[in-house]
Design a protein around this ligand. Structure first.
Ligand SMILES: NC(=O)C1=CN([C@@H]2O[C@H](COP(=O)(O)OP(=O)(O)OC[C@H]3O[C@@H](n4cnc5c(N)ncnc54)[C@H](O)[C@@H]3O)[C@@H](O)[C@H]2O)C=CC1
Ligand SMILES: O=C(O)C(=O)CO
Length: 335
């Protein structure tokens, strides 16, 4: 059986795939032209298939993407084609959830502000010296402390997209005492997690936003989620709440977010993904002290590469044995 890998993987990865499927013939295609050449007779593509590759396919039955998200993979002919498409959902849940809790702890305890202060050798409470607490100073000072911090066991989180990542975020948030709600395209298919208040359908997004101190986007970029967080949606959030996006950049309209931040219509944001990546150096988002920017690295961890290879080889074995594949996606939902 012939399989095309595109783009080509490292020799150690190829060796692991060959070991998992000694009976298969692998074409580790260095570029699109060689991948197109190799498509005749190929029954599977591991990685990215392009329209030119698909046009040459005569025996294709399976495409396994190397990523969880599919917006750069999917095109009309692939949606129409009878091959099965599988993705890499589920590899990143715990890793990305740790990063989300990192953002939340920064906002709750002002750690991002103190890191900036440290660069300036500035020994001062977030919110200025007037926010320093002295219990001898009488009423009012405690209010200043209240304004500068968030007590997590009293906080609420709204998760948009309650899949593998969303569920792990919820698990950690609940361990900090945060009350968690969510919306999802398919509430009935979501992981069942004790303690999560409710998982609503997406038509209740605005109710979710109205009651959340932290709004976390962990959904894919699909036609339904593209530009979902525009000015109208952002305005449904509380003025005191923070927007966190670890899903995909195209879900949040950055110009609208910048306007909301400028006008104090939300408290801040933490973003790992952007409409345009890399985020240009002159983008206004860089200038906000209440914004944390990470360069699409929320999924980085030493555990991810071994998990990726294990998921790939496991699905490859299933395919060769004719067993049902893991992480089959409904192509039409993505286009
Ligand atoms: N920042 C990063 O480095 C990474 C980001 N991601 C992003 O996270 C996304 C989710 O990954 P997983 O949790 O592993 O996938 P998953 O498939 O387990 O979860 C996605 C969830 O979003 C839901 N969903 C789909 N359309 C929706 C909509 N219109 N509104 C609300 N929910 C909707 C799905 O029903 C599903 O429950 C990926 O598609 C990718 O875009 C994934 C890996 C790394
Ligand atoms: O797999 C994905 O979708 C990613 O974003 C990996 O970083």
């Amino acid at each position: 059986m012939k399989l095309v890998i595109h783009p080509a993987v490292e020799p150690d990865r190829l060796a692991a795939l060959m070991e998992a499927a000694p009976e298969a013939e692998f074409e580790n295609a260095a570029d699109e032209d060689s991948a197109v050449e190799a498509m005749v007779g190929a029954e599977a593509v591991l990685g990215k298939i392009t329209p030119r590759m698909l046009a040459r396919a005569d025996r294709l039955r399976w495409v396994q993407s190397f990523t969880a998200s599919l917006e750069h993979y999917i095109f009309p002919e692939l949606v129409e084609h009878p091959c099965t498409l599988t993705n890499m959902r589920g590899l990143f849940g715990d890793v990305i959830a740790d990063q989300v809790m990192g953002y939340i702890l920064c906002f709750a305890r002002n750690l991002h502000t103190y890191v900036r202060h440290q660069v300036e050798r500035r020994y001062e409470p977030a919110g200025g010296e007037s926010a320093r607490v002295s219990f001898a100073a009488g009423p009012g000072t405690v209010n200043a402390m209240d304004r500068a911090t968030i007590f997590l066991p009293g906080a609420t989180m709204g998760i948009v997209g309650f899949g593998a990542i969303g569920a792990e975020i919820a698990r950690r948030a609940m361990a900090f005492g945060i009350t968690v709600h969510a919306v999802d395209r398919f509430p009935d298919r979501c992981p069942k997690l004790e303690g999560v208040e409710e998982i609503w359908s997406v038509d209740r997004l605005h109710s979710l936003l109205a009651q959340s101190d932290f709004v976390v986007i962990a959904a894919p970029h699909t036609p339904e989620t593209e530009r979902l967080f525009d000015a109208r949606t952002i305005d449904a959030m509380r003025r005191s709440s923070y927007l966190i996006n670890v899903g995909r950049g195209a879900i949040v309209v950055l110009d609208d977010l910048v306007d909301a931040l400028r006008e104090g219509r939300i408290a801040g944001a933490a973003l790992d993904v952007f409409e345009v990546e890399p985020l240009p150096p002159d983008h206004p988002l860089w200038g906000f002290p209440n914004v944390i920017i990470t360069p699409h690295t929320a999924g980085y961890s030493p555990v991810v590469s071994p998990r990726h290879l294990a998921a790939l080889t496991a699905n490859l074995r299933r395919f060769l044995r004719g067993e049902p594949l893991a992480n089959v996606v409904e192509k039409a939902l993505w286009f």
